[in-house]
Design a binder for this molecule. Sequence first.
Ligand SMILES: CSC[C@H]1O[C@@H](n2cnc3c(O)ncnc32)[C@H](O)[C@@H]1O
Ligand SMILES: [Zn+2]
Length: 423
Amino acid sequence: MKILIRNVDIIQYDEEVKIQKSVFVGIENDQIKFISKNILENFAADYEIDGKDKLMMPGFVNSHTHLPMSLLRNVGSDTSLMDWLYNHIFPREKNMSNQHIYYGSLLTLAEMIKCGTTGINDMYFLAEDVCKAAYDSGIRGSLGVSINGDVLKDDMKREIRDIHQKYNGIDGGRIQVAIAPHAMYTCSREFLIDSLHLAKELNANIHTHIAETKTEYDYSIEKYGVSPVKYFDELGYFDLKVMAAHCVHLNDEDIKILSDKKVICLHNPTSNLKLASGFSPIQKIHASGGIVTIGTDGCASNNNVNMFEEMHITSLIHKGYNMDPTLIKAHDVLKMATQNGKHIFGIDNMGDIKEGYKADLILIDMKKPHLYPNFDTVSNLVYSAQGSDVDTVIVNGKILMEKGELKTIDLEKLYFEIDKIIS
Ligand SMILES: CSC[C@H]1O[C@@H](n2cnc3c(O)ncnc32)[C@H](O)[C@@H]1O
Ligand SMILES: [Zn+2]
């Protein structure tokens, strides 16, 4: 499939921020084939998009999500993490069927695509249905099969191997399967060691929650004599690629470990604010050369999956909390929310608008009162833009939304199916 986008402005921000006005962008299969002031003569497009008044940028990678939790949106609001999980969420999750997982995932994916997300890093149970929904939606996904308990039983291992076999690497690597032990406080030491062995056997990445609350940090010190980060490090986790959600309660040694071992720190500012878990020291992780990405967490602790909001909040809270307006600059936030997602997928040529890069990109409608006048495009995107400004979404060279209309998800049918299963 060849797509031609005419007269579009593009933003590139790998290093310096660069804007190119009114160019032609050609997409062939999953990649950006050319960016040019003139159309390539031998490029016979199958489909054309008018890019006038639109800005093309890389799509968002929502780096920590629990897709089916849209069906639990607003459950247990105004409680702490442990109260929320054990008294409100876990009891309801026990009753979730495969249908809840599939349609709940699809609902979240619809919301995500509408707000410009092109890649996700998820973890949930009954993950085969999450994988199916992600595959069907066309999004790029790293999908964690979530597990927890005292003993990693044979049936759990079988489930993981089966899902991995069925989905890992399909559609040219668009879908990847990870192993997701929930957290140190819901998994025994033996369970975590066995999960690590399984990840090594499958050559899979690991996605888990680390150091989210002070309660978890204190529990770790009391039970194991070390911080949660050090605990995972001593188990050998960081020899593999680990995607660590939250990373809020960290000491200086933890920050050095996370940065040295190239752990991908998944920052979830809204969830951390709503559950009052604390403020992750991302400016220190960033300054010490660590990898920081941004995620919404599940939409029951947020309560939406809009990455524009997440960027805005990331920038504001760290400035405010540290009383330093120079911290976490708009350019850094934009990279954390988009480009840094490439580390999750292990794909070097993604996260910028360049020839030869993955065609995971979005068009923003810049002709909006709240984006006028446009003196500083990066600040405009981080501080002023809204999810509803997203006009078109392309992933792996396939159009998932055009002019605000979803192409891979039938919303009316989806609402109908959801009404059936929740009634
Ligand atoms: C077993 S699937 C994932 C599991 O995680 C739960 N969850 C959602 N948000 C959080 C969070 O912020 N910290 C810890 N656990 C969380 C979710 O409800 C699922 O049970
Ligand atoms: Zn989470």
